[in-house]
Write a protein that binds this ligand. Structure first.
Ligand SMILES: Cc1ncc(C[n+]2csc(CCOP(=O)(O)OP(=O)(O)O)c2C)c(N)n1
Ligand SMILES: [Mg+2]
Length: 321
């Protein structure tokens, strides 16, 4: 028999995936208006990896995001108004305007943003997992997201080693969008089956369809149980970045046909068809929730635009190193 999911969970998945998609649309627009300082990385097409994974975790679990992490922060439950204010470097931003897109973080919800140095979040994730162990906390794990390109970083292998030798409660989630900037993975990996990289560290590794939010949810739910009982694990979520790499991307390294084929496999499109074909929600109900997501983003953009700039006298506050 096909697995049944609680309607509330499916609703939250739909809402959060649409909030994430709409957030990216607005950031792109604000960027084109010259209102975003610094850089930003959009994850259009990767929403199911963040939402499916994070909704399968407990609220207390630590999550380290990536530089393409807007959807991860949204899935973890960050405040959208204050997150948008961070994008516009305003004093009301989640990091008081000092972090920007890549470093969106909120310790109150146990969400840490990315580090500019790829791979290092995996090591920091081991630190929080060690804290969980030392404090003998039960029913809590640490999760780190990283890309296929980042999976080649030495720091990630060090984190695999540390987590496995100390048996830390770490869940490694590789978001494999098959490119690191303009480089396809086949050019930088002899064997592109990233899940196999768990083997030398004595960890299980699983590779799944990252565009199927329910498959992601099921896998991460089971993986969380494994990590709690046994120790670290690697899950590779295979997906595609429909948006360009960063603020400028001529898309010269991939064809329109490739991008269009993946647009057909869009996780939101697929989930809509699941929800309607299983008669969980009707088209109008889904459209209404999309409209609400747009309204939430209208408010967030207004809030961010009308928020004050940070005060220059605060420049040395919140600086630790
Ligand atoms: C150590 C390090 N090397 C290079 C960079 C520059 N850089 C930023 S994003 C990126 C691509 C990362 O690819 P991947 O990990 O697959 O993530 P994706 O961008 O595809 O989401 C690179 C090379 C960096 N930030 N840190
Ligand atoms: Mg990548």
């Amino acid at each position: 028999m096909e697995k049944q999911y609680k309607k509330e969970l499916l609703k939250e998945m739909w809402q959060k995936m649409n909030l994430a998609r709409e957030f990216e649309n607005r950031v792109q627009w604000l960027f084109s208006m010259g209102l975003v300082h610094g850089t930003t990385h959009l994850g259009v097409g990767e929403e199911a990896t963040a939402v499916g994974s994070i909704l399968a975790l407990k609220a207390r679990d630590y999550v380290f995001g990536t530089h393409r992490g807007h959807s991860q922060a949204i899935a973890k439950g960050i405040d959208i108004d204050h997150m948008m204010a961070e994008i516009l470097a305003k004093a009301t931003g989640v990091c008081k305007g000092k972090g920007g897109s890549m470093h969106i973080a909120d310790p109150d919800i146990h969400y840490f943003g990315a580090d500019g140095v790829l791979g290092t979040s995996a090591v920091m994730c081991c630190g929080t997992a060690l804290a969980i162990r030392k404090k003998k906390e039960e029913d809590r794990i640490s999760v780190v997201f990283f890309g296929d390109g980042s999976s080649n970083e030495g720091a990630v292998f060090e984190a695999f080693n540390l987590a496995s030798v100390w048996n830390l409660p770490v869940l490694f989630v590789c978001v494999n969008n098959t490119y690191g900037m303009s480089t396809p993975i086949a050019k930088v990996m002899k064997d592109t089956d990233i899940a196999k990289r768990a083997i030398p560290f004595g960890m299980p590794g699983e590779s799944i369809d990252g565009n199927d939010v329910l498959a992601v949810y099921d896998t991460i739910q089971k993986a969380r149980e494994y990590v709690l009982k046994e120790g670290p694990m690697l899950v590779v979520e295979n997906t595609y970045r429909i948006s360009g790499h960063s603020k400028s991307d001529g898309n010269l390294y991939r064809t329109k046909e490739e991008i269009n084929a993946w647009k057909e496999k869009c996780p939101i499109k697929q989930f809509r068809s699941y929800l309607t074909s299983h008669e969980i929600f009707g088209e109008e109900e889904l459209d209404e929730m999309v409209r609400q997501a747009k309204e939430t983003l209208d408010h967030a953009v207004e809030f961010a635009k009308s928020s004050p700039e940070p005060d220059v006298n605060d420049i040395y506050e919140d600086v630790y190193a």
